[in-house]
Ligand binder design. Structure first.
Ligand code: ATP
Length: 261
């Protein structure tokens, strides 16, 4: 195994790449996962590889909407499970909402592998100490998080074929969905069904980023750690949230890349 020096300037990026490569070899991810990851890395480079102030605000807004939801759900695809699975399980434990596996290239084998992967991550998270400032029985809270997706008993009205399949207890009935790395079509349909769709995407120009109710332009693993902190802080939401303005601010950071160096 290649050891990455602790001081290597691209250490985090190299670790993430290795996680994606290994998970692809294990069959958890489709080959195109690496292309999606590379596109994300390019945008993250231009964002200075850090969470911007506007991203922090959108994470806080998403935390508030998840907390005040009647039926919140966190939808994860393969890349999200591999890069931010544990953090999102912690978030789900605090909010007490399910996690639903939802993948673009759906096969029974990959659904099974991702389900087992998240269940084993859940077990590891349940043995951790309580998150900072969270009080209660952590093990029970974590073990109560349902990993949905395999039951395929729900439908997203307005989509056809495998993309329409979902869980009745998860995405179908949800009023607020946190859905990192979603594709544009599904995002558009979920919004048209009247759901609050909270997207995480490093590309502020992607269709999902433009369609979402709240777009978090940040790297999924960085955002998930901050989201945990915010759901514990329990902020109030801003019904005046202007997503276009938030996207514009992220684009300005990218276009000022040289000025900010
Ligand atoms: P859309 O249909 O919304 O236009 P797309 O087809 O451009 O999306 P995909 O290839 O389906 O996008 O998904 C990759 C998206 O996820 C890209 O926009 C990319 O910037 C983003 N992305 C990839 N990795 C990460 C990550 N680790 N954190 C956040 N966003 C990421």
């Amino acid at each position: 195994m290649v050891k990455i020096p602790k001081v290597h300037p691209r250490r985090k990026s190299l670790i993430s790449r290795k996680a994606i490569v290994d998970a692809t070899k294990q069959g958890l991810l489709a080959d195109s996962a690496m292309i999606a990851h590379g596109r994300g890395e390019a945008f993250d480079y231009l964002l200075g590889e850090k969470t911007s102030e506007i991203a922090k605000l959108s994470i806080k807004e998403s935390a508030a909407r998840l907390i005040s939801a009647k039926h919140p759900v966190i939808s994860v695809n393969g890349n999200t499970a591999v890069l931010a699975g544990k953090s999102l399980i912690r978030v789900a434990a605090v909010i007490q909402c399910p996690i639903e596996i939802n993948i673009y290239y759906r096969t029974e084998k990959r659904m099974d592998l991702l389900h087992d992967y998240l269940e084993s991550q859940k077990l590891e998270v349940s043995k951790e100490d309580n998150p900072i400032n969270w009080h209660g029985d952590w093990e029970s809270a974590v073990m109560a998080v349902k990993i949905l997706g395999k039951e395929e008993d729900g439908k997203i009205e307005g989509l056809e074929g495998p993309r329409a399949i979902c869980s009745a207890e998860g995405i179908e009935r949800a009023d607020v969905i946190l859905v990192p790395l979603e594709d544009g079509d599904r995002c558009e349909v979920l919004v048209s069904l009247g759901k609050n769709v909270l997207v995480v995407d490093l590309n502020p120009l992607s269709r999902s980023a433009k369609m979402a109710t709240v777009t978090i332009v940040d790297e999924v693993s960085r955002m998930a750690e901050l989201l945990l902190q915010y759901v514990i802080e329990n902020p109030s939401d801003n019904t005046e949230w202007n997503n276009d303005l938030a996207l514009k601010e992220s684009l300005e950071i990218i276009s000022n890349y040289y000025v900010n160096q």
